[in-house]
Design a protein around this ligand. Structure first.
Ligand code: ADP
Length: 471
Protein backbone atom coordinates (compact mmCIF):
# COMPACT_ATOMS: atom_id res chain seq x y z
CA UNK A 1 0.00 0.00 0.00
CA UNK A 2 1.29 3.49 -0.79
CA UNK A 3 2.28 5.28 2.47
CA UNK A 4 3.14 8.63 0.94
CA UNK A 5 -0.31 10.01 1.62
CA UNK A 6 -0.36 8.98 5.32
CA UNK A 7 3.22 10.26 5.79
CA UNK A 8 2.09 13.57 4.39
CA UNK A 9 -0.83 13.68 6.84
CA UNK A 10 1.50 12.74 9.75
CA UNK A 11 3.79 15.54 8.84
CA UNK A 12 0.80 17.90 8.73
CA UNK A 13 -0.23 16.69 12.23
CA UNK A 14 3.32 17.22 13.49
CA UNK A 15 3.40 20.75 12.14
CA UNK A 16 0.32 21.52 14.28
CA UNK A 17 1.31 19.55 17.41
CA UNK A 18 4.94 20.67 17.66
CA UNK A 19 4.17 24.40 18.09
CA UNK A 20 1.31 23.52 20.45
CA UNK A 21 3.41 21.35 22.77
CA UNK A 22 6.42 23.66 22.54
CA UNK A 23 4.19 26.69 23.21
CA UNK A 24 2.48 25.08 26.20
CA UNK A 25 5.81 23.88 27.68
CA UNK A 26 7.46 27.25 27.14
CA UNK A 27 4.56 29.13 28.70
CA UNK A 28 4.30 26.81 31.70
CA UNK A 29 8.05 26.82 32.43
CA UNK A 30 8.29 30.56 31.80
CA UNK A 31 5.51 31.23 34.31
CA UNK A 32 7.18 28.90 36.79
CA UNK A 33 10.53 30.66 36.23
CA UNK A 34 8.98 34.07 36.75
CA UNK A 35 7.16 32.87 39.88
CA UNK A 36 10.42 31.59 41.31
CA UNK A 37 12.35 34.63 42.58
CA UNK A 38 15.81 33.10 42.61
CA UNK A 39 17.59 32.21 39.41
CA UNK A 40 19.62 29.69 41.36
CA UNK A 41 16.51 27.61 42.03
CA UNK A 42 14.79 28.34 38.72
CA UNK A 43 17.62 27.92 36.19
CA UNK A 44 16.12 24.61 34.95
CA UNK A 45 12.90 26.46 34.07
CA UNK A 46 14.84 28.99 32.00
CA UNK A 47 16.79 26.14 30.39
CA UNK A 48 13.47 24.38 29.63
CA UNK A 49 12.10 27.54 28.01
CA UNK A 50 15.16 27.79 25.77
CA UNK A 51 15.30 24.04 24.97
CA UNK A 52 11.57 23.89 24.19
CA UNK A 53 11.74 26.89 21.87
CA UNK A 54 14.88 25.65 20.12
CA UNK A 55 13.60 22.07 19.70
CA UNK A 56 10.29 23.41 18.42
CA UNK A 57 12.19 25.50 15.86
CA UNK A 58 14.45 22.58 14.87
CA UNK A 59 11.42 20.26 14.55
CA UNK A 60 9.61 22.73 12.31
CA UNK A 61 12.76 23.29 10.27
CA UNK A 62 13.15 19.57 9.52
CA UNK A 63 9.45 19.26 8.77
CA UNK A 64 9.79 21.92 6.13
CA UNK A 65 12.83 20.08 4.76
CA UNK A 66 10.68 16.96 4.30
CA UNK A 67 12.62 15.17 7.04
CA UNK A 68 9.67 14.82 9.37
CA UNK A 69 10.96 11.77 11.28
CA UNK A 70 14.23 13.43 12.24
CA UNK A 71 12.45 16.64 13.25
CA UNK A 72 9.82 14.89 15.39
CA UNK A 73 12.38 12.55 17.03
CA UNK A 74 14.61 15.48 18.01
CA UNK A 75 11.60 17.40 19.32
CA UNK A 76 10.29 14.44 21.33
CA UNK A 77 13.72 13.57 22.74
CA UNK A 78 14.37 17.15 23.90
CA UNK A 79 10.96 17.38 25.54
CA UNK A 80 11.49 14.04 27.25
CA UNK A 81 14.66 15.53 28.71
CA UNK A 82 12.83 18.75 29.71
CA UNK A 83 10.10 16.77 31.50
CA UNK A 84 12.74 14.56 33.17
CA UNK A 85 14.61 17.68 34.30
CA UNK A 86 11.40 19.16 35.72
CA UNK A 87 10.73 15.85 37.43
CA UNK A 88 14.22 15.69 38.81
CA UNK A 89 14.05 19.25 40.16
CA UNK A 90 10.45 19.58 41.23
CA UNK A 91 8.99 16.17 42.03
CA UNK A 92 7.01 15.81 45.21
CA UNK A 93 4.86 12.80 46.14
CA UNK A 94 1.58 12.96 44.17
CA UNK A 95 3.11 15.28 41.53
CA UNK A 96 1.44 15.25 38.07
CA UNK A 97 4.73 15.74 36.23
CA UNK A 98 5.31 11.98 35.44
CA UNK A 99 1.91 11.96 33.73
CA UNK A 100 2.99 14.75 31.38
CA UNK A 101 4.96 12.14 29.42
CA UNK A 102 1.58 10.88 28.15
CA UNK A 103 1.39 14.00 25.94
CA UNK A 104 4.68 13.08 24.25
CA UNK A 105 3.64 9.42 23.98
CA UNK A 106 0.41 10.35 22.16
CA UNK A 107 2.13 12.96 20.01
CA UNK A 108 4.98 10.68 18.90
CA UNK A 109 2.64 7.83 17.89
CA UNK A 110 0.61 10.33 15.92
CA UNK A 111 3.33 12.13 14.06
CA UNK A 112 5.89 9.34 13.57
CA UNK A 113 4.82 5.66 13.59
CA UNK A 114 2.10 4.10 15.81
CA UNK A 115 4.69 2.04 17.74
CA UNK A 116 6.90 5.08 18.46
CA UNK A 117 4.55 5.71 21.38
CA UNK A 118 5.98 2.59 23.11
CA UNK A 119 9.54 3.75 22.52
CA UNK A 120 8.66 7.13 24.00
CA UNK A 121 6.98 5.34 26.91
CA UNK A 122 10.15 3.25 27.44
CA UNK A 123 12.34 6.34 27.41
CA UNK A 124 9.92 8.17 29.74
CA UNK A 125 9.95 5.24 32.18
CA UNK A 126 13.78 5.14 32.26
CA UNK A 127 14.02 8.90 32.74
CA UNK A 128 11.30 8.90 35.42
CA UNK A 129 13.07 6.08 37.24
CA UNK A 130 16.38 7.98 37.14
CA UNK A 131 14.76 11.19 38.31
CA UNK A 132 12.76 9.58 41.10
CA UNK A 133 15.71 7.62 42.43
CA UNK A 134 16.87 10.95 43.87
CA UNK A 135 13.59 11.55 45.65
CA UNK A 136 12.63 8.15 47.06
CA UNK A 137 13.86 5.98 49.88
CA UNK A 138 14.64 2.50 48.75
CA UNK A 139 13.23 0.28 46.08
CA UNK A 140 9.75 -0.10 47.49
CA UNK A 141 9.20 3.62 47.73
CA UNK A 142 10.55 4.00 44.18
CA UNK A 143 8.26 1.29 42.83
CA UNK A 144 5.25 2.80 44.61
CA UNK A 145 5.96 6.23 43.11
CA UNK A 146 6.64 4.83 39.65
CA UNK A 147 3.79 2.31 39.38
CA UNK A 148 0.97 4.83 38.81
CA UNK A 149 2.57 6.92 36.05
CA UNK A 150 4.23 3.92 34.34
CA UNK A 151 0.97 1.97 34.14
CA UNK A 152 -1.10 4.99 33.08
CA UNK A 153 1.50 5.97 30.48
CA UNK A 154 1.62 2.38 29.18
CA UNK A 155 -2.13 2.39 28.88
CA UNK A 156 -1.97 5.71 27.02
CA UNK A 157 0.78 4.29 24.71
CA UNK A 158 -1.39 1.24 23.94
CA UNK A 159 -4.50 3.32 23.25
CA UNK A 160 -2.48 5.75 21.12
CA UNK A 161 -0.95 2.81 19.26
CA UNK A 162 -4.32 1.33 18.30
CA UNK A 163 -5.96 4.61 17.37
CA UNK A 164 -2.91 5.66 15.35
CA UNK A 165 -2.95 2.26 13.66
CA UNK A 166 -6.65 2.60 12.84
CA UNK A 167 -6.09 6.09 11.64
CA UNK A 168 -3.18 4.89 9.47
CA UNK A 169 -5.27 2.09 7.90
CA UNK A 170 -8.14 4.49 7.20
CA UNK A 171 -5.82 7.08 5.74
CA UNK A 172 -4.03 4.54 3.60
CA UNK A 173 -7.24 3.08 2.20
CA UNK A 174 -8.46 6.60 1.43
CA UNK A 175 -5.09 7.23 -0.20
CA UNK A 176 -5.46 4.02 -2.28
CA UNK A 177 -8.87 5.21 -3.42
CA UNK A 178 -7.41 8.60 -4.13
CA UNK A 179 -4.66 7.03 -6.26
CA UNK A 180 -7.22 4.88 -8.08
CA UNK A 181 -9.33 7.94 -8.79
CA UNK A 182 -6.25 9.74 -10.06
CA UNK A 183 -5.45 6.81 -12.40
CA UNK A 184 -9.04 6.77 -13.62
CA UNK A 185 -8.88 10.49 -14.22
CA UNK A 186 -5.58 10.10 -16.12
CA UNK A 187 -7.15 7.33 -18.20
CA UNK A 188 -10.15 9.52 -18.92
CA UNK A 189 -7.87 12.35 -19.97
CA UNK A 190 -6.01 9.95 -22.29
CA UNK A 191 -9.30 8.71 -23.78
CA UNK A 192 -10.50 12.28 -24.20
CA UNK A 193 -7.24 13.16 -25.94
CA UNK A 194 -7.58 10.11 -28.20
CA UNK A 195 -11.17 11.11 -28.95
CA UNK A 196 -10.09 14.61 -29.92
CA UNK A 197 -7.44 13.13 -32.18
CA UNK A 198 -9.88 10.68 -33.79
CA UNK A 199 -12.38 13.50 -34.29
CA UNK A 200 -9.74 15.62 -35.96
CA UNK A 201 -8.75 12.70 -38.19
CA UNK A 202 -12.39 12.03 -39.04
CA UNK A 203 -12.88 15.66 -39.86
CA UNK A 204 -9.93 15.73 -42.24
CA UNK A 205 -10.99 12.39 -43.80
CA UNK A 206 -14.47 13.84 -44.34
CA UNK A 207 -12.98 16.89 -45.97
CA UNK A 208 -10.85 14.69 -48.21
CA UNK A 209 -13.91 12.61 -49.05
CA UNK A 210 -15.89 15.73 -49.92
CA UNK A 211 -13.10 16.89 -52.18
CA UNK A 212 -12.82 13.44 -53.81
CA UNK A 213 -16.60 13.34 -54.28
CA UNK A 214 -16.63 16.79 -55.85
CA UNK A 215 -13.78 15.80 -58.18
CA UNK A 216 -15.54 12.54 -59.11
CA UNK A 217 -18.81 14.38 -59.85
CA UNK A 218 -16.98 16.96 -61.96
CA UNK A 219 -15.15 14.21 -63.84
CA UNK A 220 -18.37 12.28 -64.40
CA UNK A 221 -20.14 15.39 -65.72
CA UNK A 222 -17.25 16.11 -68.04
CA UNK A 223 -17.22 12.52 -69.30
CA UNK A 224 -20.99 12.58 -69.82
CA UNK A 225 -20.86 15.86 -71.73
CA UNK A 226 -17.99 14.54 -73.84
CA UNK A 227 -19.78 11.28 -74.62
CA UNK A 228 -22.99 13.09 -75.50
CA UNK A 229 -21.17 15.41 -77.82
CA UNK A 230 -19.10 12.71 -79.54
CA UNK A 231 -22.11 10.39 -79.94
CA UNK A 232 -24.21 13.13 -81.53
CA UNK A 233 -21.35 14.16 -83.81
CA UNK A 234 -20.90 10.58 -85.05
CA UNK A 235 -24.54 9.60 -85.48
CA UNK A 236 -25.17 11.89 -88.46
CA UNK A 237 -22.28 10.69 -90.67
CA UNK A 238 -22.93 7.04 -89.78
CA UNK A 239 -26.58 7.43 -90.64
CA UNK A 240 -25.57 8.91 -94.00
CA UNK A 241 -23.14 6.06 -94.69
CA UNK A 242 -25.70 3.39 -93.78
CA UNK A 243 -28.47 4.96 -95.80
CA UNK A 244 -26.37 5.60 -98.90
CA UNK A 245 -24.84 2.13 -98.77
CA UNK A 246 -28.38 0.70 -98.55
CA UNK A 247 -29.64 2.81 -101.49
CA UNK A 248 -26.59 1.87 -103.56
CA UNK A 249 -26.92 -1.84 -102.76
CA UNK A 250 -30.58 -1.76 -103.88
CA UNK A 251 -29.38 -0.59 -107.33
CA UNK A 252 -31.51 2.53 -107.11
CA UNK A 253 -28.76 4.82 -108.33
CA UNK A 254 -27.30 2.52 -110.93
CA UNK A 255 -26.66 -1.16 -111.50
CA UNK A 256 -24.24 -2.86 -109.09
CA UNK A 257 -22.65 -6.27 -109.49
CA UNK A 258 -22.79 -9.07 -106.93
CA UNK A 259 -19.39 -8.24 -105.41
CA UNK A 260 -20.34 -4.59 -105.05
CA UNK A 261 -23.62 -5.58 -103.34
CA UNK A 262 -21.65 -7.76 -100.92
CA UNK A 263 -19.26 -4.90 -100.05
CA UNK A 264 -22.11 -2.40 -99.72
CA UNK A 265 -23.95 -4.80 -97.39
CA UNK A 266 -20.83 -5.10 -95.25
CA UNK A 267 -20.59 -1.30 -95.07
CA UNK A 268 -24.24 -1.15 -94.08
CA UNK A 269 -23.87 -3.82 -91.37
CA UNK A 270 -20.77 -2.15 -89.95
CA UNK A 271 -22.64 1.12 -89.91
CA UNK A 272 -25.54 -0.43 -88.03
CA UNK A 273 -23.17 -1.96 -85.53
CA UNK A 274 -21.36 1.35 -84.97
CA UNK A 275 -24.72 3.04 -84.57
CA UNK A 276 -25.76 0.46 -82.00
CA UNK A 277 -22.54 0.99 -80.01
CA UNK A 278 -23.02 4.73 -80.19
CA UNK A 279 -26.59 4.43 -78.98
CA UNK A 280 -25.41 2.31 -76.07
CA UNK A 281 -22.80 4.92 -75.18
CA UNK A 282 -25.39 7.66 -75.37
CA UNK A 283 -27.76 5.67 -73.15
CA UNK A 284 -24.98 5.13 -70.65
CA UNK A 285 -24.09 8.82 -70.65
CA UNK A 286 -27.73 9.74 -70.04
CA UNK A 287 -28.07 7.17 -67.26
CA UNK A 288 -24.93 8.41 -65.53
CA UNK A 289 -26.08 11.99 -65.81
CA UNK A 290 -29.50 11.04 -64.40
CA UNK A 291 -31.14 12.44 -67.53
CA UNK A 292 -32.82 9.20 -68.50
CA UNK A 293 -36.61 9.50 -68.87
CA UNK A 294 -39.26 6.82 -69.42
CA UNK A 295 -42.66 7.14 -71.06
CA UNK A 296 -44.60 4.38 -69.35
CA UNK A 297 -47.97 3.18 -70.52
CA UNK A 298 -50.06 0.05 -70.78
CA UNK A 299 -48.90 -1.59 -74.00
CA UNK A 300 -49.55 -4.65 -76.09
CA UNK A 301 -46.79 -6.78 -74.63
CA UNK A 302 -47.32 -9.59 -77.08
CA UNK A 303 -46.63 -7.21 -79.97
CA UNK A 304 -43.46 -6.00 -78.25
CA UNK A 305 -42.28 -9.62 -77.72
CA UNK A 306 -43.13 -10.62 -81.26
CA UNK A 307 -41.20 -7.69 -82.70
CA UNK A 308 -38.19 -8.49 -80.54
CA UNK A 309 -38.13 -12.20 -81.50
CA UNK A 310 -38.58 -11.30 -85.15
CA UNK A 311 -35.51 -9.06 -84.99
CA UNK A 312 -33.60 -11.83 -83.19
CA UNK A 313 -34.27 -14.37 -85.92
CA UNK A 314 -32.01 -12.49 -88.30
CA UNK A 315 -29.20 -12.54 -85.71
CA UNK A 316 -29.02 -16.31 -85.19
CA UNK A 317 -25.61 -17.90 -85.69
CA UNK A 318 -27.12 -20.99 -87.16
CA UNK A 319 -30.44 -21.21 -89.02
CA UNK A 320 -31.15 -24.55 -87.29
CA UNK A 321 -31.37 -22.86 -83.88
CA UNK A 322 -35.00 -22.96 -82.78
CA UNK A 323 -36.55 -19.74 -81.52
CA UNK A 324 -39.33 -20.76 -79.13
CA UNK A 325 -41.99 -18.36 -77.82
CA UNK A 326 -43.68 -19.64 -74.69
CA UNK A 327 -46.45 -17.12 -74.00
CA UNK A 328 -49.23 -17.10 -71.36
CA UNK A 329 -52.85 -17.38 -72.41
CA UNK A 330 -53.68 -14.16 -70.60
CA UNK A 331 -51.03 -11.48 -70.94
CA UNK A 332 -50.03 -9.50 -67.86
CA UNK A 333 -50.78 -5.80 -67.62
CA UNK A 334 -47.61 -3.82 -67.06
CA UNK A 335 -46.76 -0.15 -67.34
CA UNK A 336 -43.70 0.03 -69.58
CA UNK A 337 -41.97 2.38 -71.93
CA UNK A 338 -42.43 0.14 -74.99
CA UNK A 339 -39.22 1.19 -76.75
CA UNK A 340 -37.06 0.91 -73.67
CA UNK A 341 -38.62 -2.39 -72.61
CA UNK A 342 -38.14 -3.78 -76.08
CA UNK A 343 -34.54 -2.52 -76.03
CA UNK A 344 -33.86 -4.51 -72.84
CA UNK A 345 -35.58 -7.62 -74.19
CA UNK A 346 -33.77 -7.34 -77.48
CA UNK A 347 -30.40 -7.00 -75.73
CA UNK A 348 -31.06 -10.31 -73.94
CA UNK A 349 -32.31 -12.04 -77.09
CA UNK A 350 -29.43 -10.77 -79.22
CA UNK A 351 -26.95 -11.91 -76.53
CA UNK A 352 -28.62 -15.33 -76.56
CA UNK A 353 -28.29 -15.38 -80.33
CA UNK A 354 -24.66 -14.24 -80.09
CA UNK A 355 -23.57 -16.84 -77.53
CA UNK A 356 -25.59 -19.84 -78.79
CA UNK A 357 -24.23 -22.00 -81.60
CA UNK A 358 -26.83 -24.80 -81.53
CA UNK A 359 -30.02 -25.83 -79.73
CA UNK A 360 -32.73 -23.32 -78.97
CA UNK A 361 -33.55 -19.92 -77.57
CA UNK A 362 -36.77 -19.53 -75.64
CA UNK A 363 -38.66 -16.41 -74.63
CA UNK A 364 -40.89 -17.50 -71.74
CA UNK A 365 -43.48 -15.05 -70.41
CA UNK A 366 -45.30 -15.80 -67.16
CA UNK A 367 -47.77 -13.96 -64.95
CA UNK A 368 -47.53 -14.29 -61.16
CA UNK A 369 -49.53 -12.78 -58.31
CA UNK A 370 -47.87 -9.36 -58.32
CA UNK A 371 -45.28 -9.67 -61.05
CA UNK A 372 -44.68 -10.87 -64.58
CA UNK A 373 -41.47 -12.53 -65.77
CA UNK A 374 -39.83 -12.46 -69.19
CA UNK A 375 -37.15 -15.17 -69.27
CA UNK A 376 -34.73 -15.51 -72.17
CA UNK A 377 -33.30 -19.06 -72.05
CA UNK A 378 -30.56 -20.31 -74.33
CA UNK A 379 -28.50 -23.45 -74.81
CA UNK A 380 -25.33 -21.47 -75.44
CA UNK A 381 -21.86 -21.30 -73.95
CA UNK A 382 -23.05 -20.42 -70.44
CA UNK A 383 -21.48 -18.13 -67.86
CA UNK A 384 -19.28 -19.13 -64.88
CA UNK A 385 -21.06 -18.43 -61.59
CA UNK A 386 -18.32 -16.07 -60.35
CA UNK A 387 -19.19 -13.74 -63.26
CA UNK A 388 -22.92 -13.51 -62.58
CA UNK A 389 -22.44 -9.99 -61.19
CA UNK A 390 -19.46 -8.76 -63.23
CA UNK A 391 -21.31 -9.15 -66.51
CA UNK A 392 -23.69 -6.42 -65.34
CA UNK A 393 -20.84 -3.94 -64.88
CA UNK A 394 -20.15 -1.40 -67.62
CA UNK A 395 -17.66 -2.47 -70.32
CA UNK A 396 -17.20 -5.88 -68.71
CA UNK A 397 -16.92 -8.79 -71.10
CA UNK A 398 -15.90 -12.26 -70.07
CA UNK A 399 -12.39 -13.32 -70.93
CA UNK A 400 -13.24 -16.62 -72.56
CA UNK A 401 -11.90 -16.91 -76.08
CA UNK A 402 -15.31 -17.88 -77.37
CA UNK A 403 -16.91 -14.80 -75.86
CA UNK A 404 -14.14 -12.59 -77.12
CA UNK A 405 -14.59 -13.83 -80.66
CA UNK A 406 -18.09 -12.33 -80.65
CA UNK A 407 -18.48 -8.65 -81.24
CA UNK A 408 -19.74 -6.67 -78.25
CA UNK A 409 -19.13 -3.64 -76.07
CA UNK A 410 -19.96 -4.93 -72.64
CA UNK A 411 -22.74 -2.34 -72.33
CA UNK A 412 -25.85 -4.35 -73.23
CA UNK A 413 -26.44 -5.96 -69.85
CA UNK A 414 -25.72 -2.92 -67.64
CA UNK A 415 -28.02 -0.82 -69.80
CA UNK A 416 -30.71 -3.51 -69.76
CA UNK A 417 -30.52 -3.85 -65.99
CA UNK A 418 -30.74 -0.09 -65.59
CA UNK A 419 -33.78 0.03 -67.91
CA UNK A 420 -35.52 -2.77 -66.03
CA UNK A 421 -34.74 -1.25 -62.63
CA UNK A 422 -36.09 2.10 -63.79
CA UNK A 423 -39.33 0.21 -64.46
CA UNK A 424 -39.27 -0.96 -60.84
CA UNK A 425 -38.18 -4.47 -61.79
CA UNK A 426 -35.12 -6.72 -61.63
CA UNK A 427 -32.87 -8.46 -64.14
CA UNK A 428 -31.22 -11.66 -62.91
CA UNK A 429 -29.15 -14.42 -64.43
CA UNK A 430 -28.75 -18.14 -63.87
CA UNK A 431 -26.45 -20.24 -65.97
CA UNK A 432 -24.56 -23.51 -66.25
CA UNK A 433 -21.25 -23.28 -68.06
CA UNK A 434 -21.41 -25.12 -71.38
CA UNK A 435 -25.14 -25.78 -71.02
CA UNK A 436 -26.81 -22.40 -71.35
CA UNK A 437 -28.06 -19.28 -69.58
CA UNK A 438 -31.35 -17.78 -68.49
CA UNK A 439 -31.79 -14.02 -68.09
CA UNK A 440 -35.02 -13.09 -66.33
CA UNK A 441 -36.75 -9.72 -66.30
CA UNK A 442 -39.25 -9.41 -63.45
CA UNK A 443 -41.63 -6.45 -63.55
CA UNK A 444 -44.43 -5.42 -61.19
CA UNK A 445 -47.95 -5.72 -62.53
CA UNK A 446 -49.79 -2.49 -63.18
CA UNK A 447 -52.25 -1.45 -60.50
CA UNK A 448 -55.66 -1.25 -62.09
CA UNK A 449 -56.48 2.07 -60.43
CA UNK A 450 -54.24 5.12 -60.57
CA UNK A 451 -51.84 3.80 -63.19
CA UNK A 452 -50.53 6.85 -64.89
CA UNK A 453 -47.15 6.75 -66.58
CA UNK A 454 -44.60 9.48 -66.62
CA UNK A 455 -45.47 11.88 -69.37
CA UNK A 456 -41.93 12.70 -70.36
CA UNK A 457 -41.26 11.81 -73.98
CA UNK A 458 -38.61 9.27 -74.90
CA UNK A 459 -35.57 11.18 -76.03
CA UNK A 460 -34.32 8.79 -78.71
CA UNK A 461 -35.22 5.56 -80.47
CA UNK A 462 -34.33 2.13 -79.13
CA UNK A 463 -31.20 0.29 -80.17
CA UNK A 464 -31.38 -0.23 -83.93
CA UNK A 465 -31.40 -3.77 -85.16
CA UNK A 466 -29.22 -4.92 -88.02
CA UNK A 467 -31.54 -5.74 -90.86
CA UNK A 468 -29.81 -8.92 -91.91
CA UNK A 469 -27.31 -11.29 -90.37
CA UNK A 470 -24.97 -10.00 -87.68
CA UNK A 471 -21.62 -8.57 -88.59
P1 ADP B 1 -21.66 -7.63 -75.00
O1 ADP B 1 -21.86 -6.46 -75.87
O2 ADP B 1 -20.24 -8.02 -74.84
O3 ADP B 1 -22.57 -8.76 -75.29
P2 ADP B 1 -23.19 -7.45 -72.60
O4 ADP B 1 -23.18 -6.45 -71.49
O5 ADP B 1 -24.46 -7.65 -73.31
O6 ADP B 1 -22.02 -7.06 -73.55
O7 ADP B 1 -22.73 -8.82 -71.99
C1 ADP B 1 -21.61 -8.85 -71.15
C2 ADP B 1 -20.94 -10.21 -71.20
O8 ADP B 1 -21.82 -11.17 -70.62
C3 ADP B 1 -20.68 -10.68 -72.58
O9 ADP B 1 -19.43 -10.21 -73.07
C4 ADP B 1 -20.68 -12.19 -72.40
O10 ADP B 1 -19.41 -12.62 -72.00
C5 ADP B 1 -21.67 -12.43 -71.29
N1 ADP B 1 -22.99 -12.84 -71.77
C6 ADP B 1 -24.09 -12.07 -71.92
N2 ADP B 1 -25.14 -12.79 -72.34
C7 ADP B 1 -24.71 -14.07 -72.47
C8 ADP B 1 -25.32 -15.30 -72.86
N3 ADP B 1 -26.61 -15.37 -73.19
N4 ADP B 1 -24.57 -16.42 -72.88
C9 ADP B 1 -23.26 -16.35 -72.50
N5 ADP B 1 -22.62 -15.24 -72.13
C10 ADP B 1 -23.33 -14.10 -72.10
Amino acid sequence: MDQAYSNELRSDTASILIPLIAGATTLATLLAAIADQSFFTSWHFWLSVVLSLVSGGVGRYFLRQDRATLGTVIFTAVHLLIFALLLYRNWVPGSMIPYLFAILIIASSMFTQPDYGFITWGAATVLTTLALTQHTDGLIDLVQSLAGPVVVNLFVATAAYFSALEWQVAVESVSALHIKAQHRRDELFAIQEELHLTNARLHSTNEELDKARATAVAERDLRTRFMNQVSHELRTPINTIVNFAHILSQGEIGSVNERQVDYLSRIERSGWHSMSVLNDLLDLAQMNAGEFRLKRQLVDLKAVCEEATASTRSLLQNPDIKLVRDYPTVWPKIMVDPKRFQQALLNLLSNAAKYTDAGQITLRVRTHQHTATFAVEDTGIGIPEEHFETIFQEFRQLDETTARQRIGTGLGLPISRHLVERHGGTLTVSSVLGKGSTFTITLPLAEVEGSNGAATPATRPAKPVAPERPF
